[in-house]
Design a protein around this ligand. Structure first.
Ligand SMILES: Nc1ncnc2c1ncn2[C@@H]1O[C@H](COP(=O)(O)OP(=O)(O)OP(=O)(O)O)[C@@H](O)[C@H]1O
Length: 231
């Protein structure tokens, strides 16, 4: 579904991503892993068009994303849950969800009911301000907002960061459901190994801006964990 080839990215003079390849097969959940600062968020931001790319290619379902504007990328079916959630704290839960509506077809600009089935708390707190929600609830809101655009590919950047354990389990169950029952392709940045193993079909590891490993999740062995993931 998503194919990245030979991607190079710079922050000013600083070469951050080096010839990175990444393949996200349709219908699977791919977990992008690596220690802090190796370039995971930078890679996601290149996919979303929030950062300029120096060279390489990014295609999704046959579309050249590099030739697609930031505004158009969600319309191709990409939903994005950014690191730190980035919900709008002064807008209500409903208004936060509504920000995704312009991406939907003109005759279908309604928040889909299944989002409230997945996250009943959002229905309960519909008129509360986003900033009044707990961290876990804000994460559910951020995922709900990404689903409003009706994505085929859902990209999540560390959705479990700073969230209490019972909500982490709930979010893991929902990501699995979206992927395995509802057929969404998922690309997830995750540092928590048990969570990655639970939700992921495949892994891809970055190390100092380079792609160093990619395989089925069952092949993520102790040697790889020690070499590239433990601190
Ligand atoms: N806006 C920026 N300007 C300059 N350098 C940046 C900027 N954002 C990130 N970097 C640097 O780019 C490198 C990759 O950062 P990035 O946030 O992509 O890593 P990451 O793997 O997502 O880390 P983390 O797990 O901590 O989120 C780091 O060395 C970081 O300091």
């Amino acid at each position: 579904m998503l194919n990245i080839e030979g991607l190079n990215q710079f922050y000013g003079q600083s070469h951050t991503l080096w010839d990175v390849d990444l393949h996200v097969p349709e219908g699977q959940c791919t977990v992008l892993m690596g220690r802090n600062g190796v370039g995971k968020t930078t890679l996601l931001q290149c996919i979303m068009g929030h950062l300029a790319v120096k060279s390489g290619s990014i295609t999704m379902a046959g579309n050249d994303l590099m030739k697609t504007s930031v505004e158009q990328r969600p319309r191709l079916g990409v939903g994005y849950v950014p690191q730190g959630r980035q919900i709008f704290p002064l807008l209500s839960v409903e208004e936060n969800l509504q920000t995704g509506l312009p991406v939907r077809a003109r005759n279908d600009r309604k928040i889909p009911d299944y989002i409230f089935d997945l996250f009943p708390v959002l229905a309960e707190m519909m008129h509360r301000r986003g900033g009044d929600l707990s961290g876990g609830q804000q994460q559910q809101l951020a995922i709900g907002r990404a689903l409003v655009v009706n994505p085929q590919l859902l990209i999540l950047d560390e959705p479990t960061e700073g969230i209490q354990p019972n909500v982490v389990t709930e979010i893991g169950d929902i990501i699995r459901k979206l992927n395995r029952e509802m057929g969404l392709t998922v690309l997830l940045v995750e540092q928590k190994l048990p969570f990655a193993r639970k939700v992921g079909d495949r892994f891809c590891i970055l190390d100092r801006g380079r792609h160093v490993a990619e395989d089925d999740m069952a092949k993520l062995d102790d040697q790889l964990v020690k070499k590239y993931l433990t601190v």
